[in-house]
Design a protein around this ligand. Structure first.
Ligand code: UDP
Ligand code: MG
Length: 335
């Protein structure tokens, strides 16, 4: 309690400035889904107009269908919309990075272009942000329209990640999230080339809170992530946020060496007691093949990390921009 503030009943509350909130959407071949997604986002932002200065930024991640034309159409009809087009398909993580790099003021809300993350939930995210949270993320309580293989692998992956990594990475949480200005600024400092965004968000920390939601089926088209791409994505996550596999090689090596030593002792003892009749071919092959396999696995693991080190050392930009069209309302200003 501060003394001396109990003045007359007429307290002057200056109007809260409407802080900008940019909805960032990465789109790769989403020409079919975008026309029905944008009106939903626009309606939500209209509803929030008293609270935030809503904007939308679409990043065309080198789409090969009519996505860019669809986006141009959307931007022509809505002054809040900015467009960014990358020079080729760089992948969702790079596209999101490109989008977030362009959010110069206020908070950012990340949303999938396929309608799987319902825009209607944005007000809930904004409310949490208003309460003082920096990273409000959507946690999937259910996933519709996705096969059991994807569900199971995703389930196992998130749990494995949590065990392997010391960075807290919330389970069943995708990129559907709102980042406060300071969380955004922090994220911008992480310029690694191999970007496992979920991990990067977790690394940033600050005040995090989850919002549960049911993940809806895609509006149109099919997932851009095949099982093979998901596997590579998982490798990215593990190698970016954990060195446990490298250590695993050491432990397995030590264990094998110990077993080999015991086996050697047994062979010597056996030869001393009963003599040796050169009958060791199968066991020898077994040991050689086993050790050879182990060594290759360990080498492969080292290779995974070495390859990433090599990529990082090249210091290439994370993405290249083909064109940038800020929305007229975004340019002229809000603030
Ligand atoms: N995406 C992208 N670049 C890519 C692949 C996907 O920008 O190379 C976008 C895609 O348009 C969508 C989001 O990332 O907005 C999620 O992709 P998708 O729906 O295919 O993944 P899933 O929901 O199946 O995990
Ligand atoms: Mg999707």
């Amino acid at each position: 309690m501060i003394e001396g503030q109990r003045g007359p009943a007429t307290r002057y509350d200056p109007p809260m400035p409407r802080e900008p909130l940019t909805v960032v959407v990465a789109a790769f071949n989403e020409a079919q889904a975008l026309p029905s997604l944008h009106p939903r986002i626009a309606a939500v932002l209209d509803g929030l107009a008293g609270e935030v200065d809503g904007r939308v930024l679409y990043v065309d991640d080198g789409s090969r269908d009519g996505t860019w034309d669809v986006l141009r159409g959307i931007a022509n009809g809505d002054a809040r919309v900015s467009l960014l087009r990358l020079s080729r398909n760089f992948g969702k993580e790079a596209a999101l990075t490109a989008g977030l790099d362009r959010v110069e003021q206020g908070a950012a809300m990340i949303l999938d272009a396929d309608g799987q993350d319902p825009p209607e939930l944005i007000p809930e995210f904004v409310a949490k942000w208003r309460e003082g949270h920096d990273d409000v993320h959507g946690t999937r309580s259910g996933r519709e329209g996705e096969g059991w293989v994807k569900k199971t692998t995703a389930h196992v992956f998130y749990r494995l990640m949590q065990r392997l990594s010391r960075t807290p990475i919330p389970t069943d949480t995708g990129d559907f999230r709102l980042l406060s200005p300071r969380a955004l600024a922090a994220l911008r400092q992480l310029r690694e080339r191999h970007r496992f965004m979920k991990g990067l968000f977790g690394w940033v920390g600050f005040r995090q809170v989850a919002i549960e939601y049911r993940r809806e089926p895609r509006l149109a088209g099919s997932s851009k992530f095949s099982l093979w791409r998901l596997w590579n994505f998982a490798l990215e996550g593990i190698t970016s946020f954990s060195t446990a596999p490298l250590r695993l090689a050491t432990y397995v090596g030590v264990a094998t060496a110990l077993l080999a030593f015991l086996y050697a002792v047994w062979i010597v003892v056996k030869a001393l007691l009963w003599g040796d009749r050169v009958a060791g071919y199968p066991s020898m092959m077994a040991v050689i093949l086993f050790l050879g396999g182990m060594q290759l696995v360990a080498l492969g693991m080292i290779g995974e990390y070495l390859g990433r080190l090599y990529e990082e050392s090249k210091q290439r930009p994370l993405y290249l921009v083909d064109s940038w069209h800020p929305g007229s309302e975004v340019c002229s200003g809000g603030v």
